[in-house]
Ligand binder design. Sequence first.
Ligand code: HSE
Length: 436
Amino acid sequence: MGYNVGLLGLGTVGTGTAKIMLDSVGRHPLLEEISIVRVGVRNPDKAREVEFETGVLTDDLASIVTDPNIDIIVELIGGVDQALDYILTAIDHGKHVVTANKAVISRHGDEIFTAANAKGVYVLLEAAVAGGIPVLTPLKQALGVNRINRVTGIINGTTNYILTRMKNEGANFDDVLADAQRLGYAEADPTADVDGLDAADKITILASLAFGGRINLKDVYCEGIRKIAAADIAYAEKLGFTIKLLAIAQGRRPASGAMPDEIELKVHPTLLPKHHPLATVDGVNNAVLVEADPLGEVMFYGPGAGEGATASAVVSDIVSIVATLKSGTSTNDNGNPLLRCSHEHYTRVASMDQSVSRFYARILTQDRPSVIGQIGLAFGEHGVSLESVVQIDVHDRGAEIVVITHKVSEGEFQAALQALNALEAVVSIPSVLRVW
Ligand code: HSE
């Protein structure tokens, strides 16, 4: 018996998905048993890279998600509302769903997985996080017997590409962004990438699997890379760091080892020591570092986007579902526990005030005696201990002082910054970044 797939969307990832499925030689033998029977597109008459038999292409996407002949719906149209509607309708009609849509899952995962569990169908989304890199399936399966303590990712290729070029060329953010847009590496509207929103969607999904609970996207602390200056990258380099946009999910487990009730969840640029495993992940590549007990550190690295890479993840999800269906696992009996979503409660996200890290601050001051002393005193009075203070430069606008603190809570550090800003000798504090 064969299995029928309905594809929604034939853009970059949809085209890549079709290419793999229509050219199955030398790939997993189950592909031979899977057919794309309908493809929903906006304009069926447009010339395409892949050819389908007459009647497969249609602009009636709603009829695909209700088609009784289809077993698996592959949602690759992107966006939120329309995609949600199709996914929920497909589930309601007893179809399994594969999606690459992190935005719809991070916002509506609750509704989607509750419906899927009630209906006994699977919703798989390996392609939604880190493109072609298998990371969700390992978290659910091979790593599932570990206690995960932290997941740290470079999970947005656009920002990693921009930061890498700023580092290599000593260039400013605006110039590199404009060039990246010209070359097609960044979207015309770069907001979701450069402001960290795309990474926030993805870390929500990673955290949910790592810590076994649903998460409210609005609880994720999110700061992008727009404010990073060429000067910060240069100073970080001199001090032995490289700046990366990190997405971090971590939770302290109780002594019993049980899942944490509360986790930290944040996306922000971070000064990473150059010896950190994520520090050398450059360009559009993604990487996810998982700290697991007893496994230790394991890092997943590779292409986080692109036609073939993302399609590889999509098709592997289709094959996983088909393999489970073929094995005869009854979906009425809660199905394959390695594929289904097994949690229904929410995990609390800690307030950012309690988060502890080292900080980097670049401070412009007047160039006169005792300024460094005053800065040290203001930090000290708020419980912030300094690891290093360097007067990097003196120019006509005054002196430029860079400090790196020891670990301190976000709340204490922000209070110290306010005190610093009130000092007459402090002209401005153009940059504050967290240090790993
Ligand atoms: N816009 C994403 C990135 C790719 O730059 O990594 C799709 O998730």
